[in-house]
Design a binder for this molecule. Structure first.
Ligand SMILES: Cc1cc2nc3c(=O)[nH]c(=O)nc-3n(C[C@H](O)[C@H](O)[C@H](O)COP(=O)(O)OP(=O)(O)OC[C@H]3O[C@@H](n4cnc5c(N)ncnc54)[C@H](O)[C@@H]3O)c2cc1C
Length: 555
């Protein structure tokens, strides 16, 4: 989807470099709050290549907060397409393992029946990033305060303490304009210009080699109208090919004819020498069958990163998304972490622009999101080690007893692996901001962190536990856009919080819910919920209201 507009305003509140998921989501967070934004991207529109394929439950909850979760869930594959994860020797060969997932058409009903680790308002959705970006852009454009400019590059900036002057170049080598902004956000991807200009290094691990998902990978975006009618195995969303000749994965993009095929480049395999014919041959190797295909794009990329920026904020400049952390895309965590950076940053920047926040508010973005980036990149590395650690031997495809045994072993391995990689409520719902300067700890200890298990808890610093209300609504749908004070016991005084919020100029809604079980879930009479649905404080009276507000607003 392409969009160009020409005139850049001379001044703005927030300038965002990069219209990927992070920049677009941030434009939605700020646009909804009426904050003036200039959003610029070098490209002439949203992504053409599919890129990320998994939208996690937490990202879906945020899309729900903005009112477009259903729109996103309607995208990608048809709603009855099996979003399974399946492992094959080759696509026309043996199926080794499969992890079946609920179909999109059932997602809304299924999530209402789940509890424990899957206490959530939304299930994950399998959809290519290219479609998600189009929705994010469409909604970002709804807000008159958003000024969106493609074919526009940030070429320099200077932080003057009270504002940042940004120089933007319209079209390659074209006219340059200066925009004065209160804050600059580098959501400018893996090679982030903003991060490099600030001299911020990436720390962690780069270049981990594995048999699969470590080293150079080659991506082919292709169309094959005959695929589903010609392939013998049941369809899946994520297809992993395990054979001694080639290690690859392929995601279904539209569930009809488009696919995103990625294979591991072996030592000595020169990507420069891969022409269209060779790319085609590689696809046929993984498929074990030749079908007419149209290649729409080809690009190489690197797997094996576990990198996090040493800081995510410096003065009035912040970085988020791939600019601040690089994953190996096992588990589908990179884009989802980028979305949560934007959500965390959005309400804070809005509060600062409106004069509602203190100095520690922006610093808390670094404190909160950097720790989560370290956690999430670490989880992704564990998954990549597991996915790539299995050695594929030739007998896997042999029609012999040894071959059968090899396939049984591989099946066991991948059946286990799939459940670890693709059932990750802990990753998506369990990230926490313990130790953040703007979280009011109540001295309780949060449950242990784990990728595959989530313990709903209102221990301050984590996602507010979700519940379905007696009238069928999601608790989250009852939350305010900004702050919510959840009162779960009658006759508890909240006027101290209301008065303090009025004094701070902050939008607070007191939400009275005296439903069975909610107080037990929150283990408190009152809980203060941030605009990003994080529990900031909990307690039993309003005697500390002033101090709580000062802390949660970063004073
Ligand atoms: C093969 C593959 C599969 C993946 N699968 C998943 C998955 O299943 N789940 C998942 O969560 N993640 C996945 N990811 C990762 C995901 O694609 C990225 O994490 C995500 O795109 C990051 O979003 P972003 O907005 O931070 O950056 P990007 O999407 O990279 O956007 C950055 C934007 O900044 C623009 N830009 C750069 N420099 C400038 C400048 N100077 N001025 C203006 N604009 C600029 C660029 O043009 C670009 O549009 C995958 C990645 C790959 C490669």
């Amino acid at each position: 989807m392409s969009l160009c507009s020409t005139s850049l305003p001379a001044e703005t509140d927030v300038l965002i470099a990069g219209c990927g998921p992070c920049g677009l989501m941030l434009a939605n967070e700020l646009g909804r709050r009426g904050i003036r934004v200039v959003l610029a991207d070098i490209k002439d529109g949203t992504a053409f290549n599919p890129q990320a394929n998994a939208t996690q439950a937490r990202s879906m909850e945020h899309y729900r907060r903005h009112g477009f979760a259903d729109e996103i869930r309607a995208l990608g594959m048809p709603d009855d397409y099996p979003p399974d994860i399946a492992y094959f020797t080759r696509m026309a060969g043996y199926e080794l393992a499969r992890f079946a997932m609920p179909r999109a058409r059932d997602a809304k009903q299924v999530i209402r029946g789940l509890s424990g680790s899957w206490s959530a308002a939304e299930l994950p959705h399998r959809v290519s990033q290219k479609y998600v970006e189009q929705v994010l852009l469409k909604h970002a454009r709804k807000y008159a305060s958003n000024s969106i400019h493609f074919t526009t590059r940030l070429v320099s900036f200077a932080d003057h303490g009270s504002h940042v002057d940004c120089e933007l170049e319209l079209a390659a080598g074209g006219v340059r304009s200066t925009v004065r902004t209160k804050y600059l956000v580098g959501a400018d991807g893996a090679r982030s210009f903003v991060r490099r200009e600030l001299g911020i290094a990436l720390t962690g691990e780069a270049g981990r080699q594995r048999e699969f998902m470590g080293g150079r990978m080659y991506a082919i975006y292709l169309r094959c109208p005959d695929y589903y009618a010609s392939m013998p195995n049941a369809p899946a969303w994520m297809n992993v090919m395990v054979n001694h000749e080639q290690r690859a994965f392929m995601t279904a993009v539209d569930g009809k004819q488009e696919f995103s095929y990625h294979f591991q480049l072996r030592e000595g395999q020169n990507e420069e020498l891969i022409d269209e014919a060779e790319a085609r041959r590689q696809v046929y190797t993984g498929w074990g069958r030749e079908l007419p295909i149209e290649i729409m794009s080809r690009v190489s990329w690197t797997a094996g990163y576990t990198l996090v920026a040493e800081k995510m904020q410096q003065g009035r400049v912040v970085i988020g998304g791939d600019a601040a952390h690089l994953f190996t895309p096992a588990g589908g965590m990179g884009y989802n972490t980028a979305i949560e950076d934007a959500v965390n940053l959005g309400w804070k920047l809005a509060a600062l622009v409106r004069g509602e926040g203190g100095a520690r508010l922006l610093q808390s973005y670094d404190a909160e999101r950097r720790a989560v980036a370290v956690r999430n990149t670490g989880y992704a590395r564990t998954l990549a080690d597991s996915l790539g650690g299995f050695a594929a031997r030739p007998e896997l495809e042999a029609q012999t007893a040894a071959g059968e045994e090899a396939r049984r072993v591989a099946g066991e391995y991948y059946n286990h692996h799939a459940r670890v990689e693709f059932n990750i409520p802990g990753f998506t719902l369990g990230a926490r901001y313990d130790g953040s300067p703007i979280i009011c700890s109540d001295g309780t200890t949060p449950p242990p962190d784990g990728m595959n298990i989530y313990h709903p808890t209102a221990c301050p610093g984590g996602r507010a536990p979700h519940a379905w209300l007696g009238d069928g609504r999601s608790l989250y749908d009852a939350f305010n856009l900004e702050w919510t004070l959840l009162r779960m016991r009658r006759d508890v005084e909240v006027s101290g919080f209301e008065a303090a919020a009025r004094k701070a100029g902050v939008d607070l809604r007191v939400l009275d819910l005296f439903e069975d079980g909610l107080r037990d879930l929150y283990e408190a009479d009152l809980a203060l919920i941030r605009p990003d649905q994080i529990a900031a404080w909990r307690g039993s009276d309003d005697s500390q209201a002033d101090a709580v507000w000062r802390q949660v607003l970063g004073f």
